[in-house]
Every structure is written in structure tokens, then in C-alpha cells.
Design a protein around this ligand. Structure first.
Ligand SMILES: Nc1nc2c(ncn2[C@@H]2O[C@H](COP(=O)(O)OP(=O)(O)OP(=O)(O)O)[C@@H](O)[C@H]2O)c(=O)[nH]1
Length: 372
């Protein structure tokens, strides 16, 4: 159930724009619960008992129970807000690679899963995450590749995608210009300074711009932060300056509050009940990890390398998920596998069932325990 709890947060993360990437969760799925039993007592044993294959198990059709729990159409479900009451804000985050854009978004959105295996540079403006709180939805967009060349001009000629990105940057309600202040103090990069200056030179009446000095946790002498603030203080386009640690969270609450306060009455653009494929992949890892921690009490889970090796939609609409658990020691592998595969089997059954409920479709979870 811990994964279900985290899902209340996870569902507010948005989707990537691939046609097959959307999974629409039933709007009241969080409140549903139904039990299911595997129809076999023992998990599959292949080549020395290291494989759990979820396709060996079938779950009773929960449709009847789902129907019974369905709320009436005109009732507002938990977390739903009438369109006329919805407030929105689109926030672009611009900054050099490694500035901490994803980490900050993850912290604000409330989970680490948003970007762990995010594909970069696939779209002009990639949704990094969506924060939906009360009646307000804040969408965070990445602006990949938007840096300035030494000449001071953008890399417009590289690809039309980048050109479009530059021209549409102005469309965000708020633009966060972010940089790694620790790096700036130790090894300043002229391209970053140029970007900060360029974005701060001229105020845009339709867009609020803020300058975020990130990674303040790495700066030992906090006085140095004031020096940096002074360096950029005469840039009229920045309405506010924030000193934050997107990873550790310092200063993030003020920033989140500032953003929530900027939201205007406008229907939400992102369905808070839609999950991207990337998010689902990470959920699948999280769910298995959780079960692992539940069932293996020794130190084992912390030494285990956990990989998603296959994620495939099958012809019948079901999802095949294969994950590998790689242990450094044979003894750890034995603990994980259990007698005749009983441990990994149990972990697999429970994780398979939970994933089936979350994804709202049939899931074949394959877990393999391997030795490094
Ligand atoms: N100490 C510290 N590290 C941070 C902070 N924010 C991010 N990092 C680390 O900096 C690295 C880059 O962070 P990301 O969030 O991936 O940066 P990004 O700007 O999204 O990077 P790109 O995807 O390359 O554009 C990671 O190793 C983070 O853990 C912070 O506030 N403090």
C-alpha cells in the first residue's frame, strides 16, 4: 500500500508526448481495492530457481467490484476540481546541463521518479513534471539545448527544433533561469553568465522571470552567495531571486509558494490522472523495490542492483515487464531467491498484482535474480 500512497503524488506527474505513452487511470482508482489470489502455490523455477514469471498467475476479474465502487458521473471525485475553478501556470526552466532542473522539479512535484530515466532532447519543451495541489496546477517544462554560443547568439542553426524552442520560450507564464551557484563560484562558465545576462536584460511584460541559484548546499561560505547575487542584481527582467537546493529542498518551499501564487484561473492542461510511460517504468521499479524491502529483512536489498531490462506492450494489450536483481554475493542471491524460489516468487506475485491495479491492465512481471 505504500506504493499506492506514493501514487497519490505520482499521478500528478505528466506525460511525454508519444502516442502509446498514456495510461489513463480510472479517476477513483486510488480508493479501490480488491483482493486476488494467484492460482499456483509455487512460483516458477527455472535453472536453479531464480526466475519469477508473472504470466503464470491469473487474477480474478474485478470488474463487478469496480462497478460497485464507481462513483456517480456528476459527483466530483477525490482530487477533482470543477473546470471553472481550476488555476494553471506554465513554468519553463532554462539553464545549462546539470544545473539541477530535474532535481528541483522532482522535489517540488514530490517524488524522485519524474526524471530518473527521462529521455533528454526528444521534444522542444518536455514536460518535466506537474504539480497539482488543491485547485492549482503548475506544469514544469524543460527547455533542452537552449544555451548561448560564445558569440552570444543561440544555436539557432543546429536544428529547427532549437529555433522553435527559443521563439516559444516567451510563451511560459514564468521562466526560471537556473544555474549551479557552486560551480559558478569555483569554475565559472562564460556561456552560463551570458545566458543569465541575456535572459535578464529585458523584462517581458507577459512573463515573470526569476533567477534561481541552485546547489547552495554545496557552498561552504554562505557569504559567497551574496557576492553572486550582487553580480546579477542589475538585471531588470528578474522579478525575484531564489537561493535554493533543489536536491535537499532548502528554499524550495518559498519558490513553490511563489509559483502557486502566480497561477491564474485557466483550465488545467494536464490530466492529473495520466501517467507517462517513463513514470510508469519508474513506478514498476519502485513497487518491486518496496516488496523487496518488505520480504528481505537483511541488508540485502541495499547491495542489489535493480534494472528494468524490458518494457513491452503485447498484442493483447498486456504489459511485459522484465526486471533484473543483480547481487554481488552468492549468499545474497540465495536469500533473495528463497527456498525453491519462494521468496522471489512472493515478491513477484505481490508486485505483479499491485502493478496490475496501478496500470489498470494485465501485467506479466518477470523478475530474475542474477549474480554479478
Ligand atoms: N548537491 C546538490 N546536487 C544537486 C542539486 N540539484 C541537482 N544536483 C545534482 O546535480 C546533477 C544534475 O542534476 P539534474 O537535476 O539531473 O540536472 P538537469 O539540469 O536536469 O540536467 P540535464 O538533464 O542534463 O539538463 C545530479 O547529480 C543531481 O543530483 C542540489 O541542489 N544540490
Amino acid at each position: 500500500m505504500k506504493a499506492f500512497r506514493s501514487l497519490r503524488i505520482l499521478i500528478s506527474i505528466s506525460r511525454t508526448e508519444t502516442p502509446y505513452s498514456k495510461t489513463h487511470l480510472p479517476q477513483n482508482f486510488i480508493r479501490r481495492s480488491y483482493s486476488a489470489q494467484p492460482n499456483l502455490d509455487e512460483p516458477t523455477s527455472v535453472n536453479g530457481d531464480s526466475v519469477f514469471d508473472g504470466s503464470q498467475y491469473s487474477i480474478e476479474d474485478p470488474a463487478l467490484l469496480e462497478a460497485a465502487l464507481e462513483s456517480a458521473d456528476d459527483e466530483l471525485g477525490e482530487g477533482e476540481v470543477r473546470e471553472e475553478d481550476q488555476k494553471s501556470l506554465n513554468v519553463g526552466i532554462i539553464g545549462p546541463p546539470n544545473a539541477g532542473k530535474s532535481s528541483l522539479t522532482n522535489f517540488m512535484v514530490g517524488t524522485k521518479v519524474a526524471a530518473a530515466s527521462r529521455k533528454t532532447n526528444t521534444t522542444t519543451h518536455e514536460v518535466l513534471g506537474v504539480l497539482t495541489k488543491g485547485d492549482t496546477q503548475v506544469c514544469f517544462f524543460d527547455t533542452p539545448g537552449l544555451m548561448l554560443k560564445k558569440s552570444g547568439y543561440g544555436y539557432k542553426d543546429i536544428k529547427a527544433r532549437v529555433q522553435n524552442a527559443w521563439t516559444s520560450v516567451d510563451l511560459f507564464d514564468v521562466l526560471i533561469v537556473m544555474f549551479d551557484v557552486h560551480r559558478h563560484l569555483t569554475c565559472p562558465d562564460s556561456r552560463v553568465v551570458r545566458l543569465i545576462t541575456y535572459m535578464g536584460e529585458e523584462a517581458n511584460p507577459k512573463q515573470k522571470r526569476i533567477l534561481c541559484m541552485n546547489k547552495v548546499d554545496l557552498v561552504e561560505k554562505k557569504k559567497d552567495l551574496l557576492k553572486v547575487a550582487e553580480e546579477f542584481q542589475n538585471l531588470p527582467a528578474y522579478e525575484r531571486y531564489f537561493m535554493i537546493s533543489g536536491l535537499k529542498g532548502s528554499g524550495v518551499r518559498d519558490l513553490s509558494q511563489y509559483l502557486m501564487d502566480q497561477a491564474v484561473t485557466k483550465p488545467w492542461e494536464e490530466d492529473p490522472f495520466t501517467m507517462s510511460e517513463e513514470v510508469m517504468k519508474n513506478i514498476s521499479l519502485e513497487v518491486v523495490r518496496e516488496r523487496l524491502l518488505d520480504h528481505v529483512h537483511q541488508e540485502v536489498p541495499y547491495g542489489v542492483e535493480h534494472r528494468l531490462v524490458d518494457w513491452r506492450e503485447q498484442r493483447d494489450g498486456s504489459l511485459r515487464i522484465e526486471q533484473h536483481l543483480i547481487t554481488p554475493k552468492l549468499s545474497q542471491r540465495k536469500i533473495l531467491v528463497g527456498k525453491s524460489g519462494s521468496k522471489i516468487g512472493r515478491i513477484g506475485i505481490e508486485a505483479n498484482e499491485e502493478l496490475r491495479r496501478i496500470m489498470n491492465r494485465k501485467v506479466h512481471l518477470i523478475l530474475k535474480v542474477l549474480l554479478k
